[in-house]
Design a protein around this ligand. Structure first.
Ligand code: ASP
Length: 440
């Protein structure tokens, strides 16, 4: 049954100045189901501008090193005052500013300082929309160890939301059991939006940003890539893990749990339908087969060889145990009969390269072991791949025709993705070759 509730999150660029606030109001007012709104802090107004969150981190750093925050803090206040003035609303935040400055100087913490960006923007937006202001510090809760407490949050927040006809809930932060402010990682207002959508049992979570949804490839690599109109949560997870931006990785979980679709929309082009992220869909793209391509550089492969490895019980476990003991996690595990390869982030291996090698040698006594850097991974993702024969062949052929050597292949058991590893220098060329093989 429809709840007739829409939850909207607006990113920093959508709320960077008074003009953007007006666009937001038009969007919210265009549909009476748009009752809960989650703002980010004011973002960049032009390239080279500074986000308010970054200014607040700077305030914290300067304060903690005993410096004078007057100048930088007054720049933060100026940003908000110019929005208030530009909107012509009757609001005076000077007492708030005084309190926040005092708290930053009295060690209220890094997260507290950063969170005030969303807090102040929330007050202004609530006033401008004439919506209730709901402070998430009372309802969005973290455990003592700093991880998010989803269940208590859902209980507290759903009870509170029922008391409000509408509301503005600032993104990015909540609080610890002792009441101190805690933020999510950067870009975390996306997570707040998702949490609110779940608690409100919304029909949809609209995530308003400055692009009209996801693109099927990185526009810095592929010229003018096609937009994605439908994508499943699982596909998106594969793509965003591999570096496709726009939505915070963790924002998927609360709404996915509740089966609520996310619609990525563009505040500057509200007529565009954007990308719809859904739990599952019958919409299969038989024409292009793939939904998107994403990739990352910076991986290393540990190759371990040993004759008759396949008959040695516990071989794989011992190798993985050695990796675990170094506090590392692995990304992929492509293996042969007498070889086992483990793909990891180079950055992580760099902290313990020799120790890790020695540990593996002591544990499984291989015939040889090597660590090679400079690997880029490319994920070709698409739910339609299950239905289309020969997708893998097309991927490999496209790469081979470009005279690029594939160093690693890994097809997920879900048939949702094919991951290949190539030399970092071939990354862009390989991505283009695959893209153009599928998207004509
Ligand atoms: N303002 C925070 C950031 O810049 C959170 C967000 O925008 O989602 O990371």
């Amino acid at each position: 049954m429809d709840s007739n509730i829409k939850v909207l999150k607006f990113g920093g660029s959508s709320l960077a100045d008074a003009e953007q606030f007006r666009k937001v109001k038009n969007i919210v007012m265009a549909d009476e189901r748009r009752i809960y709104v989650i703002p980010s802090a004011p973002g960049k107004r032009f390239s080279g501008d500074t986000k308010v969150t970054d200014m607040l981190y700077e305030c914290y750093n300067v304060a903690e090193s005993g410096g004078d925050i007057d100048e930088i803090f007054s720049k933060v206040c100026d940003r908000y005052n110019s929005i208030i003035e530009g909107l012509g609303i009757d609001l005076d935040l000077s007492l708030e500013y005084q309190h926040i400055k005092w708290a930053i100087l009295h060690h209220a913490g890094r997260d507290y300082a950063a969170s005030r960006g969303e807090y102040l923007n929330g007050i202004i937006l609530a006033k401008f929309l004439d919506y209730d202001f709901i402070d998430p510090s009372t309802y969005i809760k973290f455990f003592d160890n700093g991880t998010f407490d989803s269940e208590i949050t859902n209980t507290l927040l759903s009870t509170e939301l029922k008391k409000h006809k509408n509301g503005v809930i600032p993104g990015f932060y909540g609080s610890m059991p002792n009441g101190t402010i805690r933020t999510f990682s950067r870009g975390g207002s996306d997570i707040t939006g998702s949490i609110v959508a779940r608690a409100a049992l919304a029909d949809i979570y609209e995530n308003w940003t400055d692009v009209s949804g996801f693109l099927s490839a990185d526009p810095r690599i592929v010229d003018n890539p096609k937009g994605i109109s439908f994508i499943t949560y699982r596909e998106l997870r594969e793509l965003s893990y591999m570096g496709a931006g726009v939505l915070h990785e963790d924002a998927i979980f609360p709404v996915r749990f509740a089966g609520i679709p996310i619609n990525i929309r563009n505040t500057n082009a509200p007529e565009d339908t954007g990308t719809m992220i859904v739990p599952c869909t019958d919409v299969f793209d038989s024409e292009t087969v793939i939904t998107g391509i994403a990739g990352k550089k910076g991986f290393s492969v540990i190759t371990i060889e040993k004759a008759m490895m396949n008959s040695e019980k516990g071989f794989g476990r011992k190798v993985l145990e050695a990796i675990e003991k170094e506090g590392l996690s692995f990304e992929h595990l492509p293996s042969g009969i007498d070889t086992m390869c483990v793909v990891l982030h180079t950055e992580e291996i760099n902290t313990c390269r020799d120790r890790l090698k020695n540990r593996i040698c002591a544990s499984v006594e291989p015939d040889s072991i090597s660590i090679e850097d400079g690997l880029a991974l490319i994920a070709v993702v698409g739910r339609s791949m299950v239905k289309a024969k020969g997708t893998a062949v097309r991927v490999f052929k496209a790469v081979a025709d470009s005279e690029i050597n594939i160093r690693m292949i890994d097809q997920g058991s879900s048939e949702l993705n094919i991951i290949i590893g190539v030399d970092e220098k071939d990354f862009e060329k390989a991505t283009n070759a695959i893209y153009h093989e599928f998207v004509k």
